[in-house]
Ligand binder design. Structure first.
Ligand code: MTE
Length: 423
């Protein structure tokens, strides 16, 4: 079945790209890795040779992921194919927003290095009253600027736990919980730009498309990353962001402009946006038909509706298989978040789920944002334990013990059993 192979192929593609990269056949910043290594060994320095003004150096240390430009040191990231997962423990003490140097990266292909001065956004399609409109970066900045906090989270975040915790094989990148980051985004409202472009009363969908290379899946060219958004959401709270945490968007996160769709699955937040189709009929792309729907025995043959809002999760800011000292007081910390409303309660169990204690919340419940939480714990016995955290959201949802299976492993929401060794 086509839809089943799509994200299995994604993993094969990721692996293939990685092999290519290691063999020196892939390119980053226009420099092949073999050439990069030659340059490095000859010069013994990295930055002056490879850093153009305002550009990011190619990874000097840590594990390279093909096509990602920022450094990916091993203590911050786990590289998974063309993607880099944030290690949750490095979020401890970082505040509400994730510093750009540790923000996860999910790339279908590779990060393009675009020049903001040459960039333009084309808005076109049957849902406009007139012809296409074009906006350069200065035009975009002339719209009233809005700033808002929002998480970007991959729909497959937690996917690896289907196998690890539920014994179910699913396809796609086997993330644990670090395919999520929180940003303070600044930009123009998509609604304002669409109005300026002359959106008509007949428009129903808009489809932003990225300027990164086309995604080739098992020899089939799927075109550039694009996914439709219903007009209602597009007009509600979507940003065309040009800043992350007070700085111009980094290359890997969409420079110069990305879409930010608060509360929705990460694929909606198209990076390096180059054009937006506005249509008077529903739009489709492989990213809302073959993937980013739920398929499996619990769903209709054509899959669920295209995924929209995110699910509910809680995570410990601890290494996976953390080592903690016995008879010592530890402050357990973590984050919990929901795509529907905010998280207003977190409970923690240190005995495998028999008893639950309320954690202290350090932030108020806010939509599309996480809350930080903490709870002191003094383990009295040595041995292996599983720590559990369970979030409740303002919409009345609570994390279940198991997530209903879907073939592509999306929207994992079960309580995670975090392994810890007390010694
Ligand atoms: N946009 C483009 N153009 N290309 C991509 O590969 N990946 C999407 C989305 N936007 C992607 C994209 C996915 S699946 C996710 S989860 C988020 O970007 C990841 O954003 P980040 O890399 O800034 O964390």
């Amino acid at each position: 079945m086509r839809r089943q192979t799509a994200s299995a192929r994604e993993r094969a593609y990721d692996t293939g790209r990685r092999r290519q990269w290691l063999a020196g056949e892939a390119r980053a910043e226009g420099v092949s890795r073999r050439r990069l290594l030659t340059v490095l060994s000859a010069a013994g320095v990295l930055a002056p040779l490879l850093t153009a003004p305002g550009a990011h150096a190619a990874p000097a240390r840590g594990t390279a992921a093909p096509g990602i430009l920022k450094p990916l040191p091993e203590h911050l990231f786990t590289v998974r194919g063309t993607n880099a997962e944030t290690r949750f423990e490095v979020l401890r003490g970082t505040g509400l927003h994730t510093p750009a140097d540790r923000f996860f990266v999910r790339n279908h292909t590779e990060t393009p290095q675009l020049d903001a001065a040459e960039w333009a956004l084309r808005v076109w399609g049957s849902g406009l009253r007139g012809g296409p409109a074009e906006f350069g970066i200065d035009d975009l900045k002339s719209f009233r600027a809005y700033e808002r906090s929002a998480l970007i989270e991959c729909a497959g975040n937690g996917r690896g736990l289907f196998a690890e915790q539920q014994g179910q094989e699913v396809s796609g990148t086997a993330w644990r919980l670090g395919a999520v980051g929180s940003g303070r985004w600044r930009g123009a409202r998509l609604a304002d730009v669409l109005r300026a472009a002359g959106v008509s009363e007949h428009a129903v969908d808009v489809m932003p498309r990225g300027l990164d290379p086309a995604y080739v899946d098992d020899g089939v060219d799927q075109g550039r990353v694009r996914r439709p958004l219903p007009l209602a959401k597009a007009l509600e709270d979507v940003l065309l962001a040009y800043e992350l945490n007070g700085e111009p968007l980094p290359y890997d996160h969409g420079h110069p402009v990305r879409v930010v769709v608060p509360g929705w699955v990460g694929i909606s937040s198209v990076k390096w946006v180059g054009d937006i189709e506005v249509s008077d009929a529903p739009l489709y792309s492989p990213w809302n038909t073959d993937t980013y729907r739920l398929f499996g025995p619990s769903y209709p043959p054509e899959g669920s509706a295209p995924l929209a809002e995110q699910t509910l999760k809680a995570a410990f800011e601890l290494p996976w298989e953390a080592q903690l000292r016995v008879r010592t007081e530890h402050l357990l910390t973590g984050r919990a978040w929901s795509g529907r409303g905010g998280v207003d309660r977190v409970e923690v169990s240190t005995d495998g789920g028999a008893r639950w204690r309320p954690a202290r919340l350090h932030d108020r419940a806010r939509s599309a944002q996480w809350v930080r939480w903490s709870l002191p714990w003094r383990p009295e016995r040595t041995g292996d334990v599983e720590l559990l955290a369970r979030a409740h959201d303002t919409a009345g949802r609570v994390q279940p013990e198991r997530t209903v299976f879907n073939e592509q492993g999306y929207l994992f929401s079960a309580v995670v059993r975090h392994p810890v060794r007390v010694a």
